[in-house]
Design a protein around this ligand. Sequence first.
Ligand SMILES: Nc1nc2c(ncn2[C@@H]2O[C@H](COP(=O)(O)OP(=O)(O)OP(=O)(O)O)[C@@H](O)[C@H]2O)c(=O)[nH]1
Ligand SMILES: [Mg+2]
Length: 606
Amino acid sequence: MPAAQTIRNIAIIAHVDHGKTTLVDAMLRQSGTFRDNEKVAERVMDSNDLERERGITILSKNTAIHFEGGKINIVDTPGHADFGGEVERALKMVDGVMLLVDAAEGPLPQTRYVLSKALEAGLKPIVVINKIDRPDARSKEVLNEIYDLFIDLDAEESQLDFPVLYAVAKAGTATLDPDKPGVDLQPLFEAIVNTIPPATGDPDATLQILVTNLDYSDYLGRIAICRVFQGTLHTGDDVTISKRDGSLQKTRITKLFTFIGLKRTEIDETTMGDIVAVAGVEGITIGETITSVENPAPLPLIIIDEPTIAIQFSVNTSPFAGREGQFVTSRNLRERLEKELLINVSIRVEDTGSPDSFKVLGRGELQLAILIEMMRREGFELTAGRPEIVTKTVDGVLMEPVERLTIDVPEAYTGVVIEKLGPRKGEMTRMRNHGSGRVRMEFRVPSRGVIGLRSEMLTDTRGTIVMNSLFDGYMPYQGGIPQRPTGSMVADRQGLTTAYSLNGLQERGVLFVGPGVEVYEGMLIGEHSRDNDLDVNVVREKHMTNMRASTADDAVRLVPYKTLNLEQAIEFVADDEVVEITPKSLRLRKKVLQANRRPKQWEKNQ
Ligand SMILES: Nc1nc2c(ncn2[C@@H]2O[C@H](COP(=O)(O)OP(=O)(O)OP(=O)(O)O)[C@@H](O)[C@H]2O)c(=O)[nH]1
Ligand SMILES: [Mg+2]
């Protein structure tokens, strides 16, 4: 049998947290990737710091296992909607997908999105209903919902006849029969081999290798992760890179690797259909083709969905700028963003009128927040503004992005949800009562209306809400949507905050700082409970002059202040405010720091 017959390339796709990375763990373990006594971290594929901290997958990653003499390349993808671009490009490497669906939650918006992309690409699916150990599992219903979803997405006849496995990824079991508990993942491995077509292609034809991902090693420099579509590549070969801009660039391949388990092994020659890592190709980027010098035959460029949200990244101009960060200039910022563009195909960067500001466009707030978080860890300082949506004009009509929003709440809160979505121009498209005391509602709502919604909803439903949203095309601009109904408390001078002054302010809203914090004029120290901004002196010391000396009723009792994380901060700031980000601090501030220069926005509301 030619070697090509034995390679299967598969991506594992699902909504966030449905268990993809956990399943990959189990597949690796059961395929004998690790030594018996080897200590392996849980969710080992989530290997970067931010992934481990947040417990989510951010970047698509490759691994591979051997099964019955063949090889299965597996791409683990992120489930969060903001990283949809990662999924889209992962699908270019594979011939089939494992669609994982939580046995209790059922298909959610991102399930729909990733499945639609897989079906569009004509990939063969395998359905895995995971977490059947959950006490609230409802596998049968969930399977029906999955069929409905396939039909709703116009799956072809041949894509409908997928195998269904019932799994407990955590325990490493899968079974074809829901009434017979699984013992291991053997049925899943068999389903892959029987369902997913082996990678094909002519190893003697003109070289065509598509770059679908990038990696970096200190030792080897940039590494391109690619799928071999046709031809054979050897170490030392002279090749042409067909660049994104259509130009051709000659280069020599210095090193070639194939994936196995968590390692990459060096090879001299590619196997037909394999996923390989190529080193030594300076400046290569995603979507480019490695092809022959004599007869260049580029593959179509990878086209992925457009960004829908934008955040202005600017140089840090606060009085504390440069105290903690190493990279603070506009040039630093520009170079870093340019570097990101090379490896992250789903973002875009646009110049603004000012050389100190860049408009960074992405798929969602989390995606951009993760970029900011990476930058601050690398030693950058910057400010980031409130996310804005990306509108476009079609046939003279201003269009704005819309989300498909799924909300799960206890019945008692349905009224609250509907009330909140009304002014945000949300239109309910579906409401289902599972009979479990919780209700699932679906809305179509302008993306603008979703910004900041989660934190408000969490408060309004006492943390019981589960919310998921997904980009769902464009609709004509819906007119005004009210923003944050509250103002800010703004420090009116520089200094150290005192418990005494904070104590006097805490009744007027929610504080963001405790005592002993260095603040500057124009920095936000809290949220005012009324709709106007309040300039406050937070550095005032108590004067021990008149009346009683300190007694029990003078003792300052500060309620705990609220610490906003990065996502909450960028959702919180109003149009005239920004978030200052440094490696150690996160501060909210007015764009115009000096109170007497600041336009008084609230005056018009009075
Ligand atoms: N009860 C139960 N929990 C599971 C099972 N599989 C995974 N989990 C849990 O589900 C959570 C999410 O698992 P992950 O493997 O990170 O999910 P994921 O799909 O990779 O998530 P993203 O990559 O962020 O989209 C973890 O807490 C797992 O322990 C299962 O079979 N049963
Ligand atoms: Mg994951």
